[in-house]
Design a binder for this molecule. Sequence first.
Ligand SMILES: [Fe+2]
Length: 158
Amino acid sequence: MKTDMPNREPIIAALNRILEHEMAGVVRYTHYSLMVFGFSRIPVVNWFRSAASETLAHAVAAGEMITLIGGYPSLGIGPLLETHHHDLREMLRESMDFEIQGVDLYKQLLRLAEDAGSITIEEYARQKIAEEAMHIGDIDKMLRRPGNITQAVKTEAP
Ligand SMILES: [Fe+2]
């Protein structure tokens, strides 16, 4: 890939924001997985651990895109948890907010990639938007009361 692509610097900056966001997610989901108590502990712990692994894979993918176009991957990390909510419903609500912020970051990247005419980065951003939307959908389903098929949180069309 040419390194003189238009919008290269803003694209690297957008990818670094994604990398930092995903790294914060790894810490967040790992922390949540340590703070689950009660009857549903075992499956919920596993769900948070798998979310942490998937989020790490997303961070790595963002880093690989950065080095692909000759950028330097950030060693920073996005904002960590400010709240100390350990009620499962609150942890899931915070997780959903976190995932929605992630989709916004990938959408910003998508717009920059479209302007730069980079099909590769565009495709990458679209794929991640779809993956995160499915993740948001999963969280939404966990937030519903049993038997309730309507969305717990009204989000944009997936
Ligand atoms: Fe992610």
